[in-house]
Design a binder for this molecule. Sequence first.
Ligand SMILES: [Zn+2]
Length: 454
Amino acid sequence: MKVETLTVDLVVKNGRLVYPRGVVDGGIAIDGGVIVTVAKTPNLPDADVVIDAGGKTVLPGVLDGHPHTSSPPEDPSTGTMAAAHGGITTILDMPGIQVGVFSPDQFEKKRELYESTSYVDFALHGACASGYPEGTLTGMWELGATGVKFFISSAGPGWPQTFDGEVLERFRELASVDGLALIHAENDQILRDNLKRLRDAGRRDYAAHLEWRPPIAEIESGRRVIYYLKEAGARGLIVHTSLPETVWNARRASLEGATIHIETCPQYLYLTEEDVKRRGPWVKFAPPARSRETVAEMWRLLQGGWIDTVASDHAPYSREAKEAGLEDMLAAPNGIPGLETILPLMLTGVNEGRLSIERLAAVMSENPARIYGIYPRKGALLPGSDGDIVIVDMKKRKRIRNDELLTACGWSPYEGLEVTGAPVHTVIRGDIVLEEGEVVGREGLGTFIRRLSP
Ligand SMILES: [Zn+2]
């Protein structure tokens, strides 16, 4: 009798598999795009392709819940290629104005565009702008949107501003489908008044950016948003949180039965007000970088489980656009690229003892997958999950170099910074996308990840 041995598509052996609740030695077998086995290396099946991790760390697929990959000079192809280069396996793309996601119709167009261009798997967040009829957000939610982005302050030209009454109404609409609101929380009136005062005083210096957007504007707006979410019964995630006060306010509301999640970004863990004063537009983003003490506290809140997730807020403005801020800081756009640096920076945080590798797997894989309703398809090294893995070399030291980046903007606020820890191989649904740090995947390999729940 002939015994058929099972041969799977791909096996990763000799890894340190990271779970939010512990690290175990072993490997993963992937077949038909899905994880079929997690086992000690000797017990893994034969495979067409075998990757020997050689004792390196194996993370579940890494998510970025907040890149803007169609913001010029980026397009979906360069933006998602940068994501692949950064070791990201799934992006949850944030709306911009170039590829609008203000209606179900636009949502479908964006999905089609990314299906033909994306290097990595993608989910899409919709956007709430003023003037769209009731049912617009519900329509996008039903098409599988993973969240709906709101601005409490002005989003800028091309994005009709929603004021408090409309925000509250749209939170109620989302609550009716158990939707998730993603909120940029800064107090609009404080920002407007500060900007006028600074302009009237002829301020063009780098510190003007910090005075424009002080902590009180973020704290007050965050509190108000939390109050509206509670009132509406809607789930919310406050994006790019820079301050511990907002984290505590969200946690307090959670104790009272609300569901409020907190996202922060590497720029609130690595950059400070001193950097803004010294380097101006290259570290200009909103909310702005905060004090050294605040940054230290944000790390503690991240490690302690009080902050749910870390995302890039990749906003790849061109050098030319940013250079406007060298003469007049207030004139430069707010935003920095981050897709290719987020994982190395967070791995550096692990190496420096500020974050455990288990917490990293929680805040960059499992938590965002759960919050956005795509767990356990994404964010888990478990049988039945998509065959997404990220092998990282925790010891690899390198300097971040502008000329090594694939983002179309071609610069990084971290140029010259030494990081320790880098993604070396990634696999998306069984396909190798990053090999020895080089992108070997292709346009259109990425697939649309529809929200599974609720
Ligand atoms: Zn953003």
